[in-house]
Design a protein. Structure first.
Length: 66
């Protein structure tokens, strides 16, 4: 898998995942489970630098100037 998620994108995903994990911790039931699953997906793409949806949409944010 070739990386297609840039550093700023990865930092944003990690921040969003942290807020979703906080939401999952505070809420119980279906909303908490959904938030935890979304956070897991975001953390996975932030850690690996690869996003399958970016691959489908032919998007690459690696090395893009700010």
């Amino acid at each position: 898998m070739e990386r297609n998620v840039g550093i700023l994108d990865r930092m944003g995903r990690a921040a969003l995942a942290a807020s979703l994990l906080f939401l999952a911790w505070r809420k119980q039931g279906k909303l908490g489970v959904i938030a935890a699953c979304q956070a897991g997906m975001l953390l996975s793409s932030a850690a690996s630098g690869y996003c399958p949806l970016y691959k489908l949409a032919n998007i690459n944010t690696v090395g893009k100037p700010i």
